[in-house]
Design a protein around this ligand. Structure first.
Ligand code: YXS
Length: 259
């Protein structure tokens, strides 16, 4: 897997996002490598996986690869898009995934981290959920994941402001399990992984799936779903969507006109 490193030791898998020149942005290539690494660890029967970036990373992940956001009228976040696939793969992975986070986390990478089962972060970590800044119409399952794992109040503030939030805010809101001094990050994550690896993998796998089903059971009528989809199409067909992406590449603040 070129853009991720993967290893296994004593039933504990470790996957390291490793495309620093692109700030671990979640390109299709990186997501394909991540999903392949998880599948390989599943086949080897891991009890738990730690997902991390290289030690000392200033950026854990810069989020969705903006170059891969379509500008031809296609929905940027459909069911089969890489970010959606990555989140589902983590959510459906039979064993717990521990996100061991340092540096800054951006956009869709926040949802990927929040889709993990346990989040341990260095004290100077920040999280910025940025669709409103880029003009991207975030999708229903993504918003649901954010409010289920993060809670509506802080998720609304993060989504509407699109600003970096210090991890302390997310710990206080019980979104992140623990923040620790960066020099303790690996020890704490490894210790939790070892505790999990000593327990029943069948029970843990069942518990993970029960929690997933109970926390996301939602009856959305087809008409409501279609109405939201038409709302999302208005966004990704808008000038603002193109402006958000154009401004990113021109390294200037976007000027959204609301159309
Ligand atoms: O100019 P070069 O070729 O060196 O490339 C630059 C950046 O363009 C590139 N890069 C990215 N390329 C694709 N997708 C990205 N998300 C991305 N982020 C960065 O990496 C090279 C170095 O970036 P640079 O010079 O800005 O580094 P820096 O150290 O000054 O700043 C690091 C960041 C992460 C603070 C800065 O790059 C940044 O703000 N990146 C964008 C973070 C972001 O807004 N991500 C959200 C992407 S959209 C997404 O995830 C969802 C679809 S949504 O928007 O809905 O949440």
């Amino acid at each position: 897997m070129g853009l991720v490193d993967s290893k296994i030791s004593n039933g504990i898998g470790t996957i390291t996002l490793n495309n620093p020149k692109k700030l671990n942005s979640l390109s299709k290539e990186l997501i394909d490598d991540l999903c392949s690494a998880l599948e390989e660890l599943r086949q080897q029967g891991v009890r738990v996986v730690i997902l991390r970036a290289p030690a000392g990373s200033k950026v854990f992940s810069a989020g969705h690869d903006v170059h891969e956001l379509p500008l031809d009228g296609r929905d940027p976040l459909t069911y089969t898009d890489p970010l959606r696939l990555a989140v589902r793969t983590v959510e459906h992975f039979r064993a717990p995934v521990i996100a061991m986070v340092e540096g800054s986390v951006w956009g869709g990478a926040c949802e990927l981290v929040l889709s993990c089962d346990i989040i341990i972060a260095a004290e100077d970590t920040t999280f910025a959920i940025t669709p409103a800044k880029l003009g991207v119409p975030y999708n229903l399952s993504g918003v649901q994941n954010l409010i289920v794992t993060g809670g509506t109040p802080i998720c609304k503030e993060m989504l509407f402001t699109a600003q970096p939030f210090p991890v302390k805010r997310l710990v206080d809101a019980e979104v992140v399990n623990r923040s620790v001094p960066v020099e303790q990050l690996e020890t704490v994550a490894q210790s939790i992984a070892e505790q999990i690896s000593r327990n029943s993998p069948l029970v843990i796998s069942l518990l993970k799936e029960e929690i997933r089903l109970l926390s996301t059971s939602h009856n959305l009528s087809p008409e409501t779903f279609e109405r939201v989809q038409s709302m999302r199409r208005q966004v990704y067909d808008s000038d603002d969507y193109r402006e958000g992406i154009k401004a990113f590449f021109e390294r200037r603040p976007p000027v959204f006109q609301g159309k």
